[in-house]
Every structure is written in structure tokens, then in C-alpha cells.
Design a protein. Structure first.
Length: 202
């Protein structure tokens, strides 16, 4: 069974996530997460279209996030953007789909609509690099849903080499594989089944 990059990285939640669930409740947390997922999916569609224009039916959050994307594009003098296709390495049962490449700087960029950039985002980018995407830099572009709210960080900004990001992902992937294997041997539920029913992610 193939494992998605995001599945391996997101399987073990950080402490802040548990605290957040306890604070807002599981139902509200799921609603917020689903809304964020829809916004991210819609922005991904717009970026892949190459038109970079929202439609009347799009929510205000989508429109503001897109405006922030365009402001990033202008501030960093981004010319060409190449959407990326899914890659799969069956030798390690791993699959994933990076967002887009900026060819001028050979930077693989992952778009986020979250409130903050987190360490897990660079684990995720390391997973994409492990799948063989050709790039010299990895970056997270966070475009919030408020005016003038965007953030752009590369692996170099954090003092991380490409190899370090790949190693971070492989550590998370191996942890995930060991845990799920032992859990199945103990008769536990394989959460991948329920995740697959929710739909494919990167």
C-alpha cells in the first residue's frame, strides 16, 4: 500500500495540535481543518490554471489568499511557475505531489494557507525531494486569509541543506512505518483506511 508524503509527516501530531483540539473541541477542529483544506485545494486549482484569477463564487478567504499569492509573486519578481505532477516511488511505497517549481531559481515551493509555517512543512518538502523532484531549493509559501498576510521561507533561510530536509522526512517516514506495522501486529486499527476514505492528499 502506498503512503502519501503528508500522511507520513502528519501521522504524529505536535503538542500544540492536541492542545488546540482540547481547546476548541473535535467537531470545531474538524470544521476548521476542512475549511482550510477547501481553500488550499481551490488556490491550487487557480495556480495550476495559470490564470491567477478568482471567480465570483469563490469565498472571501480564497480571494484574499490569492491576493497574497500575487503580492508574493510581485515582491520576489517571480516569472514562470510550473505546476508539478504526482510522483510515486514503488520501491519504498511512497507517493506525493509537490505544488509548483520556480525554474529561475530552481525552487520547489509548497503553498500553505495556515496561520504559521511549521517544521513539519519542511519535513514534507524533504519527502518531495526524496521522490526525485529536481530542484536546488525548497520553500514554503504561506498565504493567509487576511490582507497583506504572506510569508516565504526557504530551507536556506533556516540553515537547512536539501539533504537535511530529506533526512528529516526519512526519519518521520521510518517512525510511521514502524509504528503502523507494530500497531497492526497488536490488532490495532490501521488509520490509513479511514484516511483513504477522506480522499487523497499529497
Amino acid at each position: 500500500m502506498l503512503t502519501r508524503v503528508t500522511e507520513a509527516v502528519g501521522y504524529f501530531k505536535p503538542e500544540w495540535y492536541s492542545d488546540w483540539i482540547l481547546k476548541v473541541g473535535k467537531k470545531e477542529a474538524n470544521a476548521i481543518s476542512n475549511k482550510a483544506l477547501k481553500i488550499g485545494t481551490r488556490i491550487d486549482e487557480i495556480i495550476r490554471s495559470g490564470v491567477y484569477e478568482a471567480e465570483k463564487k469563490d469565498s472571501q478567504e480564497v480571494k484574499e489568499s490569492l491576493k497574497n499569492f500575487l503580492k508574493w509573486k510581485d515582491r520576489y519578481n517571480i516569472g514562470t511557475i510550473i505546476p508539478l505532477e504526482r510522483r510515486t516511488d514503488e520501491t519504498i511505497n511512497l507517493t506525493g505531489e509537490g505544488d509548483f517549481l520556480v525554474p529561475e531559481t530552481e525552487t520547489l515551493v509548497d503553498y500553505k494557507s495556515s496561520k504559521n509555517i511549521s517544521p513539519e512543512h519542511f519535513f514534507q518538502l524533504g519527502g518531495y525531494k526524496r521522490l526525485g523532484y529536481q530542484c536546488k531549493r525548497l520553500a514554503v509559501l504561506r498565504c493567509g486569509k487576511e490582507p497583506d498576510d504572506f510569508e516565504f521561507k526557504t530551507n536556506e533561510d533556516l540553515g537547512l541543506s536539501l539533504e537535511t530536509c530529506v533526512d528529516a522526512f526519512e526519519s518521520a517516514f521510518k517512525h510511521y512505518q514502524y509504528y503502523t506495522h507494530i500497531n497492526r501486529q497488536l490488532g490495532g486499527t490501521d488509520e490509513r483506511d479511514s484516511n483513504d476514505r477522506k480522499g487523497s492528499q499529497s
